[in-house]
Each structure stands twice: as C-alpha cells, then as structure tokens.
Design a protein around this ligand. Sequence first.
Ligand code: ZN
Length: 327
Amino acid sequence: MPELPEVEVVRRGLVSWVRGRTITGVEVVDPRSVRRHALGPEDFAGNLEGARVLDVVRRGKFLWLPLADTPAAGPGGGPSGPAAGTPVPAVALMAHLGMSGQLLMQDSSVADEKHLKVRLQLSAADGMPEQLRFVDQRIFGGLFLTSLIPTADGGPGGLAETPLPLIAEEAAHIARDPLDPYFSFEEFYRRLRARKTGLKRALLDQGLVSGIGNIYADEALWKARLHFARPTDTLRRAEAGRVLDAAREVMTEALAAGGTSFDSLYVNVNGASGYFDRSLNAYGREGKECKRCAAAGLASVMRREQFMNRSSYSCPVCQPRPRNGRW
Ligand SMILES: [Zn+2]
C-alpha cells in the first residue's frame, strides 16, 4: 500500500507531464478498473474525452485531477471575459492506486504493459509522451470521475500547483494531512483530546489527520517517544506537537528519498520505496536493538505487539506502556 510520500512523489511527477493537456482519447481495457464509476465505462470515457487536465491535487493518500471542459486560452489570456484561461473545474478524475496501481507516461510506440487497464491519449506536447496509462496488477485500485465541492474550511482542497478551495467529493470526509500548509494544529489537538482513544488509533483516523499509515505511525511514535496505547485525553499539547512534528519529519525524509524516482518517464508507485529499507527506526525491527537507546549506551530490544489486527513496533525503554492504555 503506498503511503503519503509515495503518493506525493506521483503527484509531483504527474503534474509536470499532464498539466494543461487535453485528453483526446480514452480506452478502458479492463472495466473492473473503472467499476467505481457508477455510470459505466462508456460514460467514463465519454466524459473524459475533450477534457483538459488543470492540475494534480493530493490530500492524504487521495489523488485527483481537476478537469475543465473549456479549451485552453492562448498565452496572454483568452479572447474575452475575466475568467478566460482560468476555468473553475466542477469535475475531477480520481486515481485510486490501491495496492499495486501505477500511473505511467508512455509513448504510443511502447508496447502495452501486461496489466494495462486504462489508456488516456493526451494532446501533443513538446518532448512528452502521448499516453497516460493506468496499470494495476491486483485491481484494488481504479479510476473514476467525481464532483468537486467547496472545502469545509474554505482553504485549498489539498496540495496542488494552483490551489483552489475545491475538493473531490470522495476525499471531503478526510482531514488535512501533516504536510498540508493549511493543517491546523489547534483543531487537531482539540479533537484529539476529545477522542478518548489510543494515540495510534487516533493517528490512523483519517477524519482526524489524514495520510498517516501503519508504518509512519510507528515511526512517528518512536521518534516522539510515545507509546501507541497512550490515552489521547491525557496528551499534553507538547506531546501532541511532538508526535505530529515527528510524522512530518519522517514523511519529509521519505519524500526526499523518493524524489529521484520521477526523473524517468515513469511516474510509478508500488508501495516500496528504497527509503523503507534504509531508514526505519521502529517498523519491522522486532528483536533488534533500539537505535536511540543503543546510542545512549542502554540495552533495549524492540518489541512487537498486536494492534488492530496488525503489529505495532516500539521500544520498551523509551516508549513505556502507559497506565490505562487504550489499544
Ligand atoms: Zn529505546
């Protein structure tokens, strides 16, 4: 499952290839990959053809491409009206990467990938591939069209090149992610305290803060020296700030490590960036020494505990189990 930094790498890569281009053709190779589009593959294709891609936006792990019907205005603005060249989009193409979804930029001459599901033909652009291909081996991901609606707080829908106060309807229920400049710590802290749950459960709650998955939750908790079962209503402001800063740091580091992967034509995500092997301090380190304790000359072995049908990794010394922990 791709985590937020991988999706952000895809967003940054994709936007440089598709922004401003018109979708001139759509081929749904496998209807299962557009099954979330309720009106069917023909409606999906019919609505996409002729649409211009205005941007690529991300909130949490949600990724969407706002679309405009109107033709692009030439350089220097359109022929008439103040809104020429800056149409307000009402519809977006949503890309769910699922477990194995990939968005690839390819030239028409490149043979189809084995698991090619949807092909979008794009208007010609200097030195750029003509096709955006959605490839998905396990078919958990998919593409569909969705409405753009005003954001609840009036801020931008998510990270974008040209932020607009609109959000894809499917993403409207999730909170802002820690990398979003409009993320409000005050609101997060107030709602966290009111949750009366365990800290990790709260971090994974996309309605409270989005984009933190199991791996980054463990990494952030380790960095903040907090146990995952810590009751949220006992968290002090400084502790909540620490864990959020830690989440931001580990995701920013991962983003920097993944930043080279879009030098090629491939805008690619498969959930496994090299970052995970090199830089993890907690996740998957059961039985190994705690790096922080070892650096301080303390002997401590990382433990794994069952949590929400998954595992949580922590250090028994610097992340002691709280009294009355909530699992
Ligand atoms: Zn430790």
